[in-house]
Design a protein around this ligand. Sequence first.
Ligand SMILES: Nc1ncnc2c1ncn2[C@@H]1O[C@H](COP(=O)(O)OP(=O)(O)OP(=O)(O)O)[C@@H](O)[C@H]1O
Ligand SMILES: [Mg+2]
Length: 261
Amino acid sequence: MAEEKEKCIELTGIVKKYFIGTENELVALNNVNIDIYKGEFVAVVGASGSGKSTLMNIIGALDRPTEGGYILDGIDVAKADDDELSEIRNKKIGFVFQTYNLIAKTNALKNVEMPMLYAGVPGKKRVERAQELLKLVGMGDRMKHLPEELSGGQKQRVAIARAMSNDPSIILADEPTGALDSKTGRLVMDIFHKLHDEQGKTVILITHSPELAEETERIISLKDGQITGIRQGAGRPKETAKETKQDQPEQPAETSEGNEE
Ligand SMILES: Nc1ncnc2c1ncn2[C@@H]1O[C@H](COP(=O)(O)OP(=O)(O)OP(=O)(O)O)[C@@H](O)[C@H]1O
Ligand SMILES: [Mg+2]
């Protein structure tokens, strides 16, 4: 990491409550304080229900905290109005989800173009960039395929290309390998490493896999809505750093629910 670390995300005293004022009031996040630095690769781990996705939604400006401060690249997100929040989402953040969230009946290329369409990028530029991104994730030969014609790992690679379309500085990935077998998960993880190493993206990865968490630079543990530990990870394994093998089409056989472990 650079000697002078520049913060990109500053969360102070973040509280998220649901069912406020009812007897079911639930504190999903309870006084979360964390700074994340530009170009960092961070993992968020914790049991189911510990608040990982809630935290991700707040960082991604998809949701607002009940209390607390959030500064993103110097912008006071806590005070932003809805239009400003959607601007932040579109320009600064790329989202990747466990279930890909691709648009059905719409081919890979058009899926990747979609955020650029909303951002007003002209047609030719949009297509060129979508093609370039699909090649980057090793999907250059599947651009015209519909999501239903792609394997889980291929869909996730399209989803990553889409997340990159407006050149966000931050990639937020919520269990991106959760529905993939370990070999395909490895391939997807290598793409995140590549975006981090070669493009300097800040990557925040929610994962249930201790092995994948260990490959990041910093591991944040959540329990019952609170940070219970922050420690250094080992970083990218050397053998995967040399060559990411993305342009080799994977075997189409893997299933979404398959898990080799
Ligand atoms: N929209 C919502 N309304 C009410 N409660 C919610 C809502 N979203 C999350 N919660 C609650 O907040 C807590 C944290 O949920 P969250 O989804 O952040 O957990 P998580 O760590 O992502 O779990 P998982 O690993 O299962 O995805 C849980 O108790 C959950 O039931
Ligand atoms: Mg979750």
